[in-house]
Ligand binder design. Sequence first.
Ligand code: PYC
Length: 316
Amino acid sequence: MHKVSVIDSHTGGEPTRTIINGGPNLGSGSLAERRVVFEQEFDSFRSAVVNEPRGSDVVVGALLCEPVDPTCAAGVIFFNNVGYLGMCGHGTMGLLVTLAYMGRIQPGAHKIETPVGIVTATLHPNGDVSVGNVPSWCEKQALGIHVPDIGLVTGDLAWGGNWFFLIEDHDMDLNLVHVDRLTDYAWRVRQAVNAQGYSEVDHIELFGPPTAAGAHARNFVLCPGKAYDRSPCGTGTSAKIACLAAKGKLSPGAEWIQESIIGSTFSAQYTWFDQSRGKVCPVITGSAFVNAESTQLLDERDPFCWGIGVHKNECA
Ligand code: PYC
């Protein structure tokens, strides 16, 4: 029986499951190299930890790793029901409150190594967390995509630690009661975006009018494995403010409050990383709470030990 120790948290409603013990040995390469080893050799472990029957499509995993850079407080590889994430904003907030709960960090700024670069996360005395994300940018503005059965959909293509297609111009009502319709729409758009040459895009983000006091917009974010983000999505909010900066609609240091489909909010702002290339350094602030600490038992005799879902070690 293999034992895996995890601490669960949620950030604006979106869960993060941090593996603090019992994870696979991925070697001592860079976090990007270790992510490849994870995917190629231990993908069934990913599925076991986050998929049913231990988890669900919405759980994001965070494998706590030794950082290469000794000035970093931790390294982390984020993953979900279908694969691996570059960065994860809500997950980094969840990781920080988890490290604080474990007594590994105190309030203050902490560098965290991820497969797409080092981020700086600050635990505030009131428990909020700010994530200084990787440089983000709008790759293409007003990209027209023909979506079968929907028609022409125009959006922006942007990087915020993951690749996003962001759509403001649509006729969807961003209300949780329409979650199935929103999921279907966003999934069709994703397939069309991928088919029309942008295979790297795995997150679709729709925007609409806010309902939370002080918020500038509400979003609906469809994640790679078809689950929607309950939080406003840290990397999605980073991609959004990169697009606003590129269009001259948000000044450096000005606050953007992003509301999620369930009404939770992140506040965001940026400084320029390289104005000539439209790259920004986003800082996203939100709150996260630890809500469970447990030991998972992986019993090889259990036919669903490795989760219900597709894992790459078994697909070959
Ligand atoms: O907060 O960056 C984020 C995120 C990505 C996928 C789910 N949440």
